[in-house]
Design a protein around this ligand. Structure first.
Ligand SMILES: *Cc1c(COP(=O)(O)O)cnc(C)c1O
Ligand SMILES: [Zn+2]
Length: 460
């Protein structure tokens, strides 16, 4: 094998473990591990040659390289043998110019990276393909593993269940009872995962799954396992690739457990290290006001950090009070001249709905990021001519109740400014015509639509 990666201590101890070892924390100091790559070896290939290689593979069917995660295998996880890769064709998600919404909020160059247009409907697939592939590699190397487990706010469990089902490996998911959407609950059920509904919150589930994995040969799939970060790193590589290897001015991402913001930063740093890009963007992490420990730490210049008790928020996937990757995320944000912003329930729901009016269909977490952008623009932190990419983390269809209740006007703490309700009409021509006219008049379009009868119309 030409390239190689291994675990090392993220706090800088001189520890090194194989990626096939079942270990999540440094045995010296207890801090999280991170995946290290043989960068000298990677540097032997010229930047232009990396770009050509990645472009040649991008979204083709030459398995496994058509997956945008495995298309960057050398930078992600070179250790796994191709025959052990468990891939459902990750990445390659839509990155598009949100021209109309950008114009409305005063940003010329706003882009949305639709990471939720993915196999299980969230960006979690990117990391899970790497983790489950490594598990398959370990099983191939005769490691005894009963199964793979995670605590989840809904999307990690969906991804774990799908990848384990594809690999024929047991998945065990720990979900906080009544705190994930019904679509998210049905995903692991459909994929045959052992689904535990536990009477606690995410942080409570996390504590339990850690204990279960520490005491048994059950492999932990939460993002404290840094293999997932390696896969998620490809979000930034893919953004650069989709911009013909240019880097935007800002990337804005919603943060809960803070693995993704960490991954985003590490991806850009690795590309810079290898000369694939020549600058770094600024990163903004957006939190729900009801679960904002990173934001509170940011207000103190990152000098202090205190976990909070996460309150119930519509942005349920980031309802996390004690993020596992807090230290890594702070390091990344400092490196990227980063900022942290927060959004209230009212702000996140209205931002999501306002953007929906321009053709999007946002999940509440993307709403948090969009609300943060509006606030950062108002504060002058983001400038109107800067190029901004929002990471949309999940598909809006995973959160139907959020959408339905918004438009019904029944979300607690939200004054819906952009409601749309079905119009009940009797089965009668004049009534239908009348309601079309009234509806058209009420709405803001780019032109004034007028009703013109067609003289040639044939009546039965
Ligand atoms: C997991 C998740 C997040 C948060 O990512 P972290 O790595 O936990 O910060 C945000 N949005 C959605 C939809 C998610 O599933
Ligand atoms: Zn250490």
């Amino acid at each position: 094998m030409k390239y190689k990666a291994w675990f090392r201590c993220s706090a800088g101890c001189n520890e090194r473990y194989e990626l096939t070892e079942i270990v999540y924390r440094c045995r010296q100091c207890g801090e999280l591990l991170e995946v290290a790559h043989d960068v000298d070896k990677l540097r032997q290939r010229k930047p232009v040659s990396w770009k050509r290689l990645f472009d040649r593979r991008y979204m083709r069917t030459n398995w496994p390289y058509g997956s945008s995660v495995w298309g960057k295998k050398e930078l992600v996880c070179p250790n796994v043998q191709n025959e052990n890769i468990v891939s459902l064709y990750e990445g390659g998600s839509n990155l598009f110019w949100a021209e109309r919404f950008g114009r409305e909020i005063g940003l010329k160059n706003l882009w949305l990276k639709q990471c939720g247009n993915a196999h299980t409907g969230s960006f979690k697939d990117l990391g899970m393909t790497v983790l489950v592939s490594m598990v398959k590699q370990m099983l191939y190397e005769k490691k005894e593993i009963l199964g793979v487990a995670c605590a989840s706010t809904g999307d990690t469990s969906a991804a774990l269940a799908a990848y384990c089902a594809a690999a024929g490996i047991p998945a065990i998911v720990f979900l906080p009872k009544d705190k994930v959407s019904s679509s998210q609950l049905v995903q692991p059920l459909a994929n045959n995962a052992l689904t535990l509904s536990i009477d606690t919150d995410f942080d409570g589930c996390m504590k339990l799954v850690k204990e279960v994995c520490a005491k048994n040969n059950i492999y932990l799939a939460n993002s404290m396992n840094s293999l997932r970060i390696e896969g998620q790193k490809t979000i930034s590589i893919e953004i650069a690739q989709q911009f013909d290897w240019e880097v935007p001015d800002w990337v804005v991402v919603p943060g809960g457990n803070l693995g993704n913001v960490t991954a985003l930063g590490l991806g850009f740093l690795m590309m810079k290290d290898l000369g694939i890009v020549d600058k770094l963007p600024r990163i903004a992490c957006a939190q729900a006001q009801k679960a904002n420990p990173l934001y509170l730490s940011y207000l103190k210049g990152f000098k202090e950090y205190r976990p909070v008790k996460a309150q119930k928020t519509l942005a349920s996937a980031i309802q996390i009070g004690d993020p596992v990757s807090i230290k890594k995320a702070i390091k990344v944000l400092q490196r990227f001249n980063g900022v942290v912003e927060e959004a209230s329930e009212d702000e996140l729901a209205n931002a999501a709905a306002r953007a929906d009016l321009t053709g999007l269909f946002n999940c509440p977490h993307t709403g948090v990021a969009l609300a943060a952008i509006i606030k950062l623009l108002e504060r002058g932190e983001i400038k109107p001519d800067e190029k901004v990419v929002v990471i949309s983390t999940a598909h809006g269809l995973k959160f139907p109740d959020f959408k339905i209740h918004y438009h019904e006007g029944t979300l607690e703490g939200v004054t819906p400014l952009y409601r749309n309700q079905p119009v009940e009409v009797p089965a009668d021509y004049e009534a239908v015509k009348g309601s079309i006219l009234r509806a058209v008049e009420k709405r803001p379009y780019d032109y004034k639509p007028t009703l013109v009868p067609r003289p040639s119309a044939v009546e039965d």
